[in-house]
Design a protein around this ligand. Structure first.
Ligand SMILES: Nc1ncnc2c1ncn2[C@@H]1O[C@H](COP(=O)(O)OP(=O)(O)OP(=O)(O)O)[C@@H](O)[C@H]1O
Ligand SMILES: [Mg+2]
Length: 440
């Protein structure tokens, strides 16, 4: 049996800790309250309960600080086989600790290249992997100059970190000026666990036009295998917001292969040689173009959405990979179609006082699964990023288009029940074909 160290976890990533324990491994879990906002109190407690050893990360600046936390948990470095994280914010620390103690982990260089959006694009350019025009800007003037070089429309994103709260699509210079003028307010809005990762740099990128897809790429350093692809639901008014996804992505075989091959090529180029990686791409008229390569598995509801119809468990594959198992050679086989939608407010508002405490139960009866944390009289913030959601609904069907329709119908009824406007989803540019998912 082996010993795994989890440096923080995403909410759904608790399933990876659970799997590791069920498989008989020892788990050390290092956590920090600054990331409490990323999961439910129940998930946060469960992670600590499942683990054999735990310790709180305080003032961790260098890998040596994290090593001290590991020791404080009662874990000797020599007994650790692998170090990983499922939480975006803690991937660099997990990779550095693994390298420091000689345990298995995603290589820090690969993590650094993927996380830094400019370094990532440079690596793709150097390897002649299709990408988008970009430039790094440290100021408004530099961003304006970059945008006129690249040509409008552009998108301005923080170079580092989960940046949706400080991301702007600009169709003209005035929007770029507004981006920089509103920055202080934007950053104040974000929890410290999120904003601490930004630096002063922004990347100005050519805006890719088309549907957004994601692929989970599994890699053991020798093979890079696209496990599963999804089509993402994005915001109608703010396309930067991700509001759910559907599996399978319902592309025809040739295009599906093109998508998987491209995502795998991106991971290989960036040096993401151990783990499962969430790669996001837009299908433009010129082909798939990377928007972001995350040096970690998808967070949020996506892994459990995949698990609802897949023949293998994403969390089990992740843990087994870190423990030296070869990457599965084939994509996951799907026994159906599945779709989930996030529930989030379009505008900041307050929920009515007379809402029944069990208001969500009748909706759950119409779904495969879901959750909602919203009580009468609660204030709900407008959605600005991944963590501003108060619920999730998930539908399973044989037909992806019908799974999406169920989500849409339940979401519309929830909207009526709550009396608040939910962040609306944009339709796909290429509507999903009707009929059972291929191979189901
Ligand atoms: N070049 C681009 N062209 C068009 N849309 C883009 C581009 N870059 C990013 N986007 C959109 O903005 C969203 C957020 O961008 P990105 O994924 O780079 O940042 P993020 O906030 O770090 O994401 P995540 O929360 O997934 O880590 C993407 O999901 C995509 O919808
Ligand atoms: Mg992203």
């Amino acid at each position: 049996m082996s010993h795994l160290v989890f440096v923080e976890t995403s909410g759904s990533g608790v399933n990876a800790i659970d799997y590791a324990k069920q498989a008989g491994h020892t788990v050390t879990y290092l956590y920090s309250p600054r990331y409490d906002f990323t999961a439910s109190p129940h998930q946060r407690r469960l992670a600590r309960k499942l683990a054999d050893h735990t310790a709180e990360m305080r003032d961790v600046r260098a890998p040596e600080d994290l090593l001290a936390v590991l020791r404080a948990a009662g874990t000797r470095p020599g007994e650790v086989d692998a170090v990983l994280s499922t939480l975006a914010f803690c991937i660099p620390q997990a990779a550095s600790l693994a390298a420091l103690i000689g345990a298995r982990g995603t290589p820090p260089e690969g993590v650094a290249t993927a996380r830094d959006k400019s370094r990532c694009r440079r690596a793709l350019d150097e390897a002649s992997v299709p990408s988008l025009a970009f430039s790094v800007a440290g100021s408004e003037d530099e961003a304006l100059a970059a945008a006129s070089r690249i040509g409008y429309p552009v998108i301005v994103k923080p170079v580092l970190g989960v940046g949706k709260g400080a991301t702007t699509i600009a169709r003209e210079p005035a929007r770029i000026r507004a981006h920089f003028a509103g920055l202080t307010g934007d950053l104040e809005h974000l929890p410290a666990g999120m904003s601490a990762h930004f630096d002063e740099r922004f990347i100005v990128e050519e805006l890719a036009i088309g549907d957004l897809y994601s692929v989970e790429v599994a890699s053991d350093g020798r093979s890079f295998v696209p496990l599963v692809s999804t089509i993402q639901k994005t915001g109608l008014h703010n396309p930067v917001l991700e509001l759910g996804c559907t599996v399978p992505a319902t592309l025809d075989d040739t295009v599906e292969r093109e998508l998987g091959d491209y995502a795998a090529q991106v991971c290989r180029t960036l040096g993401l040689t151990l783990g499962i990686f969430h790669v996001e791409m837009i299908r433009t008229d010129r082909g798939f173009r990377l928007t972001e390569a995350n040096p970690r598995m998808a967070g949020g509801a996506l892994p459990e959405t995949v698990n609802a119809v897949a023949d293998r468990d994403m969390f089990a594959i992740l843990v087994d990979l870190y423990l030296g198992r070869d990457v599965p050679l084939a994509p996951l086989r799907l026994g159906g179609a599945v779709s989930h939608s996030l529930l989030a407010a379009a505008e900041t508002t307050t929920v009515r006082d007379d809402l029944a405490p069990d208001w969500f139960d009748p909706f759950l009866d119409r779904l495969h699964s879901g959750w909602a944390r919203l009580e009468p009289g609660n204030r709900v913030d407008a959605m600005r990023g991944n963590f501003d959601r108060f619920g999730m609904i998930r539908a399973v069907d044989t037909d992806p288009a019908r799974a999406e329709e169920t989500c849409a119908a339940v979401k519309a009824d929830i909207e009526r029940c709550l009396g608040i406007a939910l962040a609306p989803e944009a339709g796909h540019r290429n509507p999903l074909p009707a009929g059972p998912a291929r191979g189901v």
